[in-house]
Design a protein around this ligand. Sequence first.
Ligand code: MD3
Ligand code: FE
Length: 219
Amino acid sequence: MFTLDLFADQPRSTGERRQLGPGAWLLEGFAFEQAAELLAAIEAVQAESPFRHLVTPGGFTMSVAMTNCGRLGWASDLSGYRYSPLDPLTRAPWPPLPEVFATLAASAAITAGYPPFEPDACLINAYAPGARLSLHQDKDEQDLAAPIVSVSLGLPAVFLFGGHKRNDPVTRYHLQHGDVVVWGGEDRLRFHGVSPVKAGEHPLVGNRRLNLTFRKVTA
Ligand code: MD3
Ligand code: FE
């Protein structure tokens, strides 16, 4: 399958592996064939731990809705960011990491040249049209040697990839349904974000974008 996007300097076709930085790889369409299975697993997770809009320590409500699965989950409130074994909403453990998630995350890390990857947390982000994620670093994890693996499903998004300082210039990448990105090494602490998602209708996912990020929190 061949798809041409609107970024003339970034031609792409499914199956290509593009290096975005010394430790960052875009695996185009890597999760495409498992999308239906991944969506069913997300449904099961959200039935137990629903999507919710978290409040940042600064008092803003995030436009992205989130839930988690795995041994640990990421959460935010007025007192800070933290990983916790319990869902603060249900006060129960987060749902376990579905088998299809664990297998996909491990094979993506291997494909990008990283050693065996066993994530202990998976954050699931849901973007309704207009939702965005402002520039930030992921630094709440203790194990910064392990990569982060991210999977995009549904509506496309413009991903902003910055530098090590908030004001460093950003490069824009168009992420599509089925794309997987692996971020590690020198790129692990780069600032990144997502531009407001444009309205649309994805045949499998509907009018939203879903993103899974697999993390190794404890070393
Ligand atoms: C680059 N999610 O959940 S995934 C996040 O599309 C997050 O929902 C975005 O950033 C999303 O924290 C982007 C890609 C990603 C994740 C972690 C990174 C890129 C990264 C860590 C370092 C550098
Ligand atoms: Fe992030």
